[in-house]
Design a protein around this ligand. Structure first.
Ligand code: 48F
Length: 250
């Protein structure tokens, strides 16, 4: 076995796949729990979905659980989604369950890929494409370029819908705010209040600008709602709702 054949196999297949994902139905930014769930339901419905994730690891804030205690809490309302992914739950109180954070994110990742979504890790979204007051794609660069502060021009991907699933910083919406000025506003998340944050999340999950949807913590950040810590029911329901809104539009 020759080393250059191994190299060729890696580079050739990766590039081929990247090229085939330069024009997608949905580009999801962020492979945290809400982005993965959104991708799962879209891909299961036959849509071409790419997730672009800045980090090496998949899962955003989920594998770390609460303050590195790698357990998560989910509510009764999200039990069906956990069941669909085959994640084991332990009943903790009347309406709350706990789950192993690693088991949960592994199941989400595996089933989302199996459903047909493609995850590109180590790639950051640094800009969006806007045409005629509509978001029509995302602008990518290697995360390593960003970390090293290198001056390297990015590449663009066309998408019928873009999802900001970047968590607390709502990065895609922040970019849009910078580009559009007065026409688009991100309020920023409020302090921790689990109950209020969770209940606001479903409503905050929506199309915030033509072609741009928000889910997960990004949705609460844009709307100025509370953060909630390591309770994840809202994140899952939010990802599912974003998928159904997009399916209704495409
Ligand atoms: O932060 P994250 O897990 O977002 P989420 O799906 O879930 C939030 C919970 O983890 C937790 C919580 C529970 O109540 O509040 O915090 O809303 O995942 C966001 C992912 O987006 C990636 C980031 O690395 C993380 O994996 N990300 C952020 N900005 C970019 C990005 C970017 N510009 N380009 C690519 N990926």
């Amino acid at each position: 076995m020759e080393e250059q054949i191994i190299s060729k196999a890696i580079i050739e297949t990766y590039i081929k796949e990247l090229i085939s994902y330069l024009d997608v139905d949905v580009a999801i930014v962020g492979a945290g729990p809400s982005g993965l769930i959104c991708a799962y339901y879209l891909a299961s419905a036959g849509k071409k979905v790419a997730i672009f994730e800045r980090h090496l690891k998949i899962g955003g804030g989920m594998p770390g659980g609460g303050m590195m205690f790698n357990r998560i809490v989910v509510q009764e309302e999200a039990r069906e989604i956990m069941k669909e992914f085959g994640v084991r739950l332990k009943k903790y109180s009347e309406k709350l369950y706990t789950a192993d954070a690693i088991e949960t994110i592994s199941a989400f990742t595996f089933k989302t890929i199996k459903a047909g979504a493609k995850i590109f890790n180590l790639i950051s979204v640094e800009d969006v494409i806007i045409r005629e007051k509509m978001i029509t794609g995302v602008v990518l660069n290697w995360t390593a370029v960003d970390i090293a502060h290198l001056h390297v021009d990015p590449l663009g991907v066309k998408a019928k819908a873009v999802v900001d699933a970047t968590g607390h910083d709502s990065e895609v919406c922040r970019i849009v705010e910078r580009k559009l000025g007065e026409d688009f506003k991100v309020i920023g998340e409020k302090s921790m209040w689990a109950e209020k944050g969770e209940s606001a999340l479903t409503e905050n999950t929506k199309e915030v600008y033509p072609g741009l949807f928000v889910c997960g913590m990004a949705a609460n950040a844009v709307a100025g709602s509370h953060r909630m810590g390591a309770i994840f029911g809202g994140m899952l329901l939010s990802g599912k709702k974003a998928a159904s809104l997009i399916l209704g539009k495409l």
